[in-house]
Design a protein around this ligand. Structure first.
Ligand SMILES: O=C(O)CCC(=O)C(=O)O
Ligand SMILES: [Fe+2]
Length: 272
């Protein structure tokens, strides 16, 4: 895993709000991530595994909806697949996220597989952190390409620097690519940057940077495995998002989200 970061990479991430690391996984690691993710997704979609905690786990309710054709989205796979748990709890991922964000501790918010289907819809411009149950300008995500991500199959696009001017207002991932610009008309002047990358590459992005992905014009899926990270010490903002119902109901706004079962601490590594 090519997770060591140079000062230049950290500076680039902080300036732009995203960083591409080509060849993040080596060939063997990519083969493992790919087969583990395929298996965990297949189990989830076939309902061979259940996670009955009142958590919303896939977007495949109506497979013909616009959103279901943006990507097959499977959340919290680490809770239902042991191999995925091992991959996601890797402290090297937490260390990399912590160094980029400039924070001392990192918890998992949620992992999610995002498979854009053949001929899939584009992913509308959006921000991530306003969806989540904590608000932190240091939140971030890891997006790992399991297939080559190209201009033709829906690689990621970013509006550089928008993490620094974003407010906690968002647009949904709906059919209109331009909805986010109704909220942030001043961002229309920013030149979007495409991030094509080869399978095994990683893209880290800040939870407040504007991003989206193009349509998949090819007859093959564009698969990605991702994980969203919460700086340790972040507090509950009142939003449910993917919190298990009993835990959600027990929380008060402002309470620290430090339940190790719900949000595992992956950096610093535990002493035992
Ligand atoms: O994979 C995609 O199309 C979108 C990814 C995304 O929005 C994210 O990882 O936050
Ligand atoms: Fe996103």
């Amino acid at each position: 895993m090519k997770n060591a970061l140079t000062d230049a990479q950290i500076a680039e991430y902080r300036e732009n709000g995203f960083l591409v690391i080509e060849g993040f996984l080596d060939e063997d690691e990519l083969a493992t991530w790919s087969s583990v993710t395929d298996e965990a997704v297949a189990q989830r979609l076939n309902q061979e595994v259940t996670l009955d905690k009142g958590v919303w786990l896939t977007n495949q309710g109506d497979p013909d909806s616009f959103y279901a054709q943006v990507f097959t989205q499977c959340l919290k796979l680490l809770e239902t697949h042991e191999g995925m748990r091992e991959l996601m709890l890797d402290p090297r991922l937490g260390e990399t996220a912590a160094r980029l964000a400039g924070v001392s501790g990192i918890r998992i918010w949620h992992d999610q597989a995002l498979y854009k289907p053949p001929f899939g819809n584009p992913t509308g411009w959006h921000l991530d952190n306003p969806y989540w149950s904590f608000s932190s300008r240091d939140a971030l995500s890891l997006w790992v390409a399991l297939d080559d991500a190209t201009l033709g199959n829906g690689c990621l696009w970013y509006l550089p620097g928008t993490h620094r001017t974003a407010r906690y207002e968002n647009a949904g991932i709906g059919p209109n690519q331009a909805d986010l610009f109704k909220v942030y008309p001043e961002w229309r002047a920013i030149e979007p940057v495409a991030c094509p990358c080869s399978a095994g590459s990683a893209v880290f992005h800040n939870g407040l940077v504007a991003h989206g992905a193009g349509a998949n014009m090819t007859n093959r899926p564009r698969r990605a495995m991702t994980c969203a990270y919460m700086p340790d010490g972040s507090v509950f903002n009142g939003a449910r998002n993917v919190l298990p119902s009993a835990y959600f109901e027990s929380l008060t706004v402002g309470q620290v989200l430090d339940d190790d079962d719900v949000n595992p601490l992956i950096w610093p590594p535990s002493q035992d």
